[in-house]
Design a binder for this molecule. Sequence first.
Ligand SMILES: [Zn+2]
Length: 189
Amino acid sequence: MPHILGLDIAGRPFRWLTAEQAILYNANGKVVWDIGEPALIFRGGINRHGQQSIVQSAPIIAVGRLDTPLVQTQNYPPLGGRNDVLFQRDRHICAYCGQQFCKDLLTRDHVVPRSRGGQDTWANLVAACRHCNHKKGARTPEEAAMPLLYLPYAPCRFEHFILSGRNILLDQMMYLTSMLPRHSRMAMH
Ligand SMILES: [Zn+2]
């Protein structure tokens, strides 16, 4: 089952929706506009006239409802505990040795260690393999003589949805990439 990209009516993504959530929005008439050919088709019961109810959802739906979770005004969603999004941002490449690893072999490394006041922010976290993370210890890259091979950055809202999506459909990818700022490392030039 694909996930459906939920937008507010201004076209800003607010959540990847499960099939059930997307079908409910459609069935309840909460979808104001949508983009793309139906990605989900749910067949319901048969009424006494012998007609079967069908509810569809496009891959991208704009939901207008009073209780729509208000899209945070900040354009850069906080990282939170999502290691998978961080590793996606860094393409599963260790920031210190440059090798690519599967997620189980990666850790989140604080560039400025927490013991030195480093925070849990996009700009202070990189993917690092266990070996490099251990070797670096509670030191800065300069102190450890382990220069960063790439600089961490905070993904904008649209980048964040690309990074956090699973099996993103073509329409969804095209919508999200079309909204990327020009300087985005994920933009297609
Ligand atoms: Zn490494």
